[in-house]
Write a new protein. Structure first.
Length: 396
């Protein structure tokens, strides 16, 4: 039998160009997805953001000094809210141009569209509709995902046009995914961020991942609640023992949901979501295992990335596939999803929604064309490779 680790390095998909003409779209004024946010920032705070962006451009990375929250006013449907706002995104695509990314925290007890904390960023930072497809497909597979939509933003009266609104990891994520409130876990990436632009080599990259602390989102709420704190400790123990190779993937995670997550990621070429610094996990207190949460897929790259060798992030992905039972579950889910009818049904059921979102995106880029054929191409490539993988793992 071939080495399992080697087989995982075959799990690649091809990505996208853009070719489809979005004709006959509804008028923007009749579009229920038309949402307008008005954000006003005082001169002193704006000077801070401008200076932080300038320094980030000079150093090619958003500095810690530029990540402070500042006061701002946020208006939606005539209601004005005093919010906290900060620059968002380590890389230049988030703050290098005029449509800079921001994260917003609503006042205590207040929310907008059901969200208390969210990011606003130019659609190209998540590759337009492709990110929406990722989250929507995950939700249809019963996997936790982020609320992701397109809105119109006015900053100090200036029309910033279309922004992507992306849910953050506040406690509203449990409500929007209809799961019990427990804890969301992640690997701390503080040590990784300063070196991500450098060619540190696989050994250094792996060492950073191996030593990254497991932490919780919303620490104050989690550690202030004995029940949630205990759930965090249980989830942390699973994640650390799995990373260290002490337990298998099937012991640490919900096997079916993780298998579906990886299958969707392959179909959409969403390898970015599987990088260790982008992974988020939900601790299910009933099943006592971890579940994946979709985050930062950015499914756009035309480079033929191998999922378990994504540039600069080491070989940590292979840990999932060292477990033969999990690999079989993954290939079984992939077999189901590589059928052309799978994407046919997805796009047929979501066609009206896609058409309604297109006018907002065309405001941002009037030449934008959503290319679903690239996903079909990915399916075809995977269909051709799948029989060999199934034979290797004795899957009929």
């Amino acid at each position: 039998m071939h080495d399992i680790k080697s087989s995982t390095l075959l799990l690649a998909v091809l990505v996208f160009s853009q070719c489809q003409n979005p004709a006959n779209q509804p008028d923007l004024n009749e579009n229920p997805f038309k949402v307008e946010f008005h954000i006003d920032i005082e001169e002193e705070e704006m000077k801070y953001f401008d200076a932080s962006r300038k320094e980030a451009k000079e150093k090619s990375l958003l500095q810690e000094s530029g990540k402070q929250y500042k006061k701002a006013s946020f208006t939606y449907q005539g209601m004005l809210y005093p919010v906290k706002l900060k620059l968002k995104g380590d890389m230049e695509d988030h703050w290098g141009g005029g449509s800079w990314s921001m994260r917003i925290k609503m006042p205590k007890g207040k929310s907008v569209l059901g969200l208390t904390s969210f990011s606003l960023q130019a659609p190209y930072t998540r590759e337009y509709l492709n990110e929406w497809v990722f989250h929507k497909m995950l939700k249809e597979e019963g996997i936790m995902a982020l609320d992701y939509r397109f809105v119109r933003v006015y900053l100090n009266g200036v029309d910033m046009e279309c922004y992507a609104m992306e849910q953050h990891f506040a406690d509203d994520i449990f409500a929007t995914n209809k799961v019990d409130t427990t804890v969301v876990l992640r690997f701390n990436e503080d040590e990784w961020t300063p070196v991500m632009l450098a060619s540190v080599g696989p050994e250094r990259s792996q060492a950073i991942y191996n030593n990254a602390m497991v932490e919780a989102h919303n620490k104050k709420k989690v550690f202030g609640d004995p029940k949630r704190k205990a759930e965090f400790e249980a989830g942390k123990k699973l994640l650390e023992e799995w990373r260290e190779g002490k337990i298998l993937t099937t012991e640490a995670f919900d096997v079916q949901k993780m298998a579906r997550f990886w299958a969707v990621s392959n179909i959409l070429n969403a390898g970015h979501a599987n990088c260790w610094n982008n992974r988020r996990f939900y601790y299910n207190a009933e099943t006592k295992v971890l579940e994946p949460i979709g985050n930062d897929a950015n499914p756009h790259d035309t480079v033929r990335h191998v999922f378990c060798n994504y540039p600069g992030l080491g070989l940590n992905c292979t840990s999932f596939f060292k477990d033969k039972e999990f690999t079989k579950a993954f290939l079984t889910e992939l077999r189901r999803m590589v059928s052309k009818s799978y994407l046919d049904r997805f796009f047929e059921s979501n066609e009206d929604t896609i058409k309604m979102m297109m006018p907002m995106l065309l405001i941002h880029l009037n030449t934008y064309q959503f290319d679903r054929e690239l996903f079909y191409h990915n399916q075809k490539v995977l269909r051709e490779k799948l029989p060999d993988w199934e034979k290797q793992f004795s899957i009929k």
